[in-house]
Design a protein around this ligand. Sequence first.
Ligand SMILES: [Zn+2]
Ligand SMILES: [Zn+2]
Ligand SMILES: [Zn+2]
Length: 293
Amino acid sequence: MTAAPSPLHIALSLAAHGVPPLPLRAGKVPFGNCPACAKNACGGRPNMKSAGPCLCPDVCHAWAAATTDTRILTSPAWEAAWRRAVAVAYHPGGAGVTVVDLDTPNAVAWARETLPATRTVPTTRGEHWIYRGVMRSANAVRPGVDVKSLMQYARWLGPGTGRMTALSPAVRALVVKEDTNPAPAGLASSSVPARAPWSRSVATGCRHTERYVRTGLERGLTLVSARTESGAGSQAFGVARFLAAQHAQCPGPCALDVIGEEIVAAAVAVGVPEDYARRAVTNGLNTGRGAAA
Ligand SMILES: [Zn+2]
Ligand SMILES: [Zn+2]
Ligand SMILES: [Zn+2]
């Protein structure tokens, strides 16, 4: 009867319903960043986890580019992308929803037994279950199950069927569980050998005063120590990233590894296994250095 609507046509109709779309290129993945935004050199967009100043007119930063602004969706840079697009995606968090992406028939069967009924959309091998409300995203929360909401994109495969219900504790628990402090393996992992605290004498290339660094570190350690039930690993990552970014303009060395050890020790003290804490802190330090560079 009628030709299939173009990606831009779908996008404009989504935007009109408050759903921020983005184009997907061959391979059904987001378009790569433009040269100015390559490897996040621009610092990232204001809505990203570490908010940056990027107002690049291109289709950059994957989900973070998704918008309901029709002037942007129809701008020359985006028009060019829509013409090459093979599919349309959207930012579920920006639309106020959460997508439980069930990638296999087994995952769908599990959801039917476990999760509250809601609107469903058929996918190639499984189903998207769409809930009202937003939450943190996480991949592989179970075999074949991803949770896509904030800071993620999902394929747009049509409006689906069924009445959309609100996010329930059962769905939220899929991700919260992952963020709970893993139980320490035993007493042996519950303490990290004390090391020398950060001081100017080890940080010979640091621009900051000892007082500035210690105050920031103490605040960060307090945040980690407060996470006695859950999230201490994530908090350690966030604190490490924040503190490392403070030294992006220092000639160095700033002895960030010493700062990192103190964060690891604080996380281990509230039950995070040492290797897990160390990984979180190392990633945080590296991200912080990179983000502000
Ligand atoms: Zn760009
Ligand atoms: Zn950018
Ligand atoms: Zn420094």
